[in-house]
Design a protein around this ligand. Structure first.
Ligand code: ADP
Length: 546
């Protein structure tokens, strides 16, 4: 027997119409490329998104067509976020930090017909135009006519100024209701190995994810929140915040392209931001700026960090010096992206001092709606004892089942689980902790060593700015850890003293065999350590050893 409740799909447009109707004056503030501050309300965003649908129609965009964006976090980008899926098309966010070859590949693979781009990407568009001309018919620069940059396109491609198109369009459009499983957005993973792969979200997955991340034990969003996503809208949907802010009526502050410590501190204070989300690198930059300038954060009470492991220093320094709580979450493009969040259960609520920091290094509990498990090499489930570590698998309605262009279900194992490529422990209270990427874990004499644990200890050394541990091949042990460290500005690193920092903290056989001091480490387009490059350079470092 079926229930007798009203039908009606989970539509992304319903998040926006809710915000417009019930939080009409809720603010959407953007720092633009002109470095002015632009103010809209949720009512403006909804009306202009309808206007943009009319523009998309005019440009020939139809249902299921892919609309590419190369843009920073700003109000025009937000309008594309809602207009494209709202009319049944797909918003394809492109990471501009990728290599131009990868960007051209992604645009062609996605089959984008229109590209919306911020003015700072004009040279990039000019460079790749001949390579994307077969699919892209129109390029819309996110500016007014006066701000149009120099762009050279290939024959057959038309160039427009966003504001001119919007000025000429009416808003005579009603948001349609259609199958909630319809594709809504597309995002490619950076592809640290191999070509980037597309994750194709649906209205249903997006709305469910928005509800889940708004929960008190996750981002805890409410109508009085003022949230600033530093995490880019061009990658992993800015962790779903553009949708969850509309759902809750929270004010949304979009920072544009200047994400250095000084710009961040200024914007956080000027816009009375209460909560902000981003990767550790941004927070380390902010911390450095606050310490050197003596500035304070006046309204921020919480900072969420994710995307890579949270350095203990970050949690400690913000708490002890600025009274700001740093919270830790984990996710990936394939998970829309949030999978776990570290919020206390009763047993952890009273933790203080170093214990609280140690606990916050864990990536957290699975969001309700998803499930997770850790398995050994034979796919056998491992115990949740906080010690055993194995491959982390997840499943749930906002986890991908296949990559764009592949057969449905092809990214899953026989039981429907998605292998994250991360290696983790889970403690008896259900807190997951990443110990490695499966391709980065060091397999020494048949046992596993966590590279992240070793890196965390290395960066706690006062002379070390950044550290990477890789598996180097070893004639006797198969693989052994090799530690590479970058000295802090003005410091020199004594390898012996770094190795001393490990004493009492790890099993003896985990100790890196050698410490190499290097001027810098390579990073991916999303700011993570590029271990593939380090491995190809240093893989045979120990092969002469006995
Ligand atoms: P990429 O940056 O490679 O394009 P993602 O942003 O999807 O792709 O990266 C997801 C990966 O980032 C995860 O599988 C995990 O390895 C890493 N990651 C994300 N959050 C954390 C975290 N809090 N701690 C450690 N690793 C993390």
């Amino acid at each position: 027997m079926k229930g007798l409740m009203q039908p009606g799909g989970l539509m992304i447009s319903s998040l926006l119409t809710h915000a417009a109707r019930h939080h009409a004056t809720g603010e959407v503030v953007s720092r633009t490329h002109e470095t002015t501050t632009h103010r809209h309300t949720w009512a403006d965003v909804e009306r202009r998104a309808r206007q943009l649908v009319r523009v998309l129609h005019h440009l020939g965009v139809g249902e299921s067509d892919r609309v590419g964006t190369l843009a920073w976090n700003g109000y025009r980008h937000l309008e594309v976020y809602y207009a494209a899926p709202g009319m049944g098309a797909i918003c394809h966010t492109i990471n501009p930090r990728l290599h131009p070859d990868d960007i051209a590949y992604i645009v062609n693979h996605a089959g984008d017909t229109v590209l919306f781009a911020d003015v700072s990407f004009a040279p990039l568009i000019t460079m790749i135009a001949p390579r994307i001309a077969e699919t892209v018919k129109a390029v819309v620069m996110l500016t007014d006519a006066a701000g149009m940059p120099e762009v050279t396109l290939a024959p057959g491609m038309a160039l427009y100024a966003y504001d001119s198109l919007m000025d000429a369009a009416d808003d005579d459009f009603a948001w349609p209701v259609f199958d909630e499983n319809t594709a809504s957005a597309l995002c490619y993973t950076s592809g640290t190995t191999g070509r980037p792969k597309g994750v194709l979200y649906s209205h249903r997955s997006t709305v469910l994810h928005a509800y889940a991340i708004a929960l008190p034990d996750v981002l805890d969003l409410r109508a009085t929140s003022r949230i600033l996503p530093v995490v880019p809208m061009f990658h992993v949907n800015a962790w779903g915040i553009p949708y969850a802010a509309a759902l809750t009526g929270a004010a949304l502050v979009l920072p544009g392209r200047h994400l250095d410590g000084a710009s961040m501190a200024q914007l956080l204070n000027a816009e009375r931001v209460t909560f902000t989300c981003g990767v550790p690198t941004v927070w380390l930059g902010l911390l450095q700026h606050l310490r050197s300038s003596g500035e304070r954060l006046h309204t921020v009470t919480r900072i969420m960090t994710g995307g890579s492991a949270a350095p203990p220093l970050l949690i400690e320094a913000f708490r002890d010096e600025y009274g700001v709580v740093v919270e830790h979450g984990w996710g990936m493009t394939e998970l829309s992206p949030v999978g776990t969040y570290n919020a206390p259960k009763p047993a952890q609520a009273g933790l203080a001092g170093a214990d609280a920091v140690r606990h916050m290094l864990k990536q957290g509990r699975i969001l309700p709606g998803l499930d997770m498990k850790i398995v050994d090499g034979a796919d056998k489930a491992l115990p949740w004892d906080g010690v055993a570590f194995g491959d982390l698998k997840v499943r749930g309605p906002w986890v991908t089942s296949a990559y764009f262009g592949d057969e449905p279900g092809s990214a899953l194992d026989a039981d429907g689980w998605f292998a994250t490529g991360d290696v983790a422990t889970i403690d008896p209270d259900g807190f997951m902790e990443i110990t490695d990427r499966s391709k980065d874990v060091i397999k020494s004499g048949g046992e596993w060593i966590s590279s992240i644990t070793l890196e965390n200890i290395a960066v706690s050394h006062p002379d070390v700015a950044e550290a990477a541990v890789i598996a180097a091949r070893h004639p006797k042990w198969d693989e052994r850890p090799l530690l590479l460290v970058v000295p802090r500005a003005g410091h020199t690193v004594d390898p012996a003293s770094v190795l001393q920092a490990y004493e009492g903290k790890i099993a003896k056989w985990w100790l890196p065999d050698e410490v190499l001091v290097v001027p810098e480490l390579p990073h991916t387009a999303t700011g993570k350590l590029l271990k593939t490059a380090l491995r190809s350079r240093y893989r045979d470092h120990y092969m002469g050893a006995g």
